[in-house]
Design a protein around this ligand. Structure first.
Ligand code: ZN
Length: 413
């Protein structure tokens, strides 16, 4: 009885807290410099936030809730390609299976915290069913973490085809797999059109399979993210109407132009994933396809992807979005992709920031909610000390993070 009473009391106090949080609340932030995520910037402006949303951006001389006049304010960063649950175990080695759901979610909570503290207020995990458990845990326990979209599972040439003589899925079986993913709660569909970079990156899904999977996803209003390294796998995916091409390590000028012509988004992961694997080689080596040959292939790929990225930047109208493919060892270092894109790839800092914010939001079809500092959008904001347009590395030093109007971290005072 006493326990019941306490439970009842707890419910009442939680309700009271929620009620307080729902009271219309106005927050103002003065920014020394504001970079809006859509290519614009201005000096000395005040952002007004009500009920977690930006309601105004303008000039004001009055007192503010957060005086960030010594800082540069940007929209919350977006990473369209992460694996939030990937982590190293107690022995320091990459964990590939064999752990409880609880342990996996616990690791994800640590990674989610590191990610949002680095200014990434939205990520897309591509993905596994545990993402749903992680998202639930973050929500229910009010833990710091980014908004989390997930593909829940990954589809390849064999998905749904286990009973077939050759083990390969028929187009109908892939369509069914897409519908099942949607039912399971997928925000998008992740496909493997080519092999891993550690296995050569050749096309693995047939043109028919890609047409079936991306066609079904399009019919359901779902986006498709396609892992594709070889030119053939990219061409087949673009032709099949898939939404975004991931990696594209061996993309030729011809398929880069094809993506631009078809309006396909391109997410080249050039600055973090390969480097992170090489830095953590001992922790991955000997597991699955993390072989010596696999590592040799990744080492060889580092300059190849930079060259590819330079050509991608020169491709008119190609919509380059921001994704890191952050795995174990990389969470919280997501901004390194931008540093490499600018420093080694030659992208302008402003274009890198647009890619990191509004263009990625557009590729995820959430540009009406996030990705820019503009009235009507969620107050997802990041402040850094210094001028990222002069030195992109200042984005590493995030001093303030707000998500949906709630301050996640603040070291500005
Ligand atoms: Zn990935």
């Amino acid at each position: 009885m006493v326990r019941l009473f306490f439970i009842a009391l707890t419910i009442v106090s939680v309700a009271a807290v929620l009620a307080t949080a729902q009271v219309p609340q106005t927050i103002t932030i003065r920014a020394g410099t504001l970079i809006d995520g859509r290519g614009g910037s201005q000096q000395n402006v005040v952002v007004t936030i009500r009920d977690g949303k930006i309601v105004a951006v303008g000039r004001s001389a009055g007192p503010v809730t957060h005086d960030l006049s010594r800082f540069t304010l940007l929209p919350g960063f977006i990473d369209t390609h992460v694996h939030l649950l990937w982590h190293f175990g107690a022995d320091g080695r990459f964990v590939s299976g064999g752990e409880s759901r609880e342990d996996r979610v616990k690791a994800g909570i640590v990674n989610a915290r590191a990610t949002v503290m680095a200014g990434f207020t939205t990520v897309q995990s591509v993905g596994e069913a545990g993402d749903l458990d992680l998202r639930k845990a973050l929500d229910e326990q009010h833990l710091p973490g980014p908004r989390l979209l997930t593909s829940v599972r990954q589809l390849n040439e064999r998905t749904g085809g286990r009973g077939n003589p050759n083990g390969l899925a028929t187009p109908d079986q892939l369509r069914a797999a897409v519908r099942e993913a949607k039912t399971a709660g997928a925000d998008l569909i992740k496909l493997f059109a080519s092999a891993s970079i550690r296995e050569g990156g050749k096309q693995t899904m047939t043109d028919e399979q890609l047409q079936a999977a991306c066609g079904e996803a399009n019919a359901l209003g779902l986006r498709t993210l396609v892992h594709a390294h070889s030119p053939e796998s990219i061409r087949a995916s673009v032709t099949a109407g898939c939404t975004t091409i991931e990696h594209g390590n061996f993309a030729t000028d011809e398929v880069l132009k094809l993506m631009a012509d078809k309006g396909t988004y391109f997410d080249p992961n050039v600055g973090l994933v390969l480097q992170n694997y090489l830095e953590h080689k001992a922790q991955y080596l000997g597991i699955g396809n993390y072989t010596d040959e696999g590592f040799a292939a990744m080492e060889k790929a580092v300059p190849v992807v930079i060259d590819m990225f330079r050509r991608a930047l020169k491709t008119p109208h190609l919509k380059i979005v921001y994704g890191t493919d952050a795995v174990a060892g990389a969470h919280g270092r997501n901004i390194e992709e931008a540093v490499v894109r600018v420093k080694d790839g030659g992208q302008t800092p402003m274009d890198a920031i647009v890619s990191l914010t509004s263009r990625s939001a557009e590729s995820m079809r959430v540009q009406d909610r996030i990705g820019a500092i503009a009235p009507g959008l969620e107050a997802d904001l990041v402040a850094v000390s210094g001028d990222p347009l002069a030195d992109i590395t200042v984005l590493r030093k995030v001093a303030f993070v707000m998500k949906g109007g709630a301050v996640i971290s603040d070291t500005t005072r």
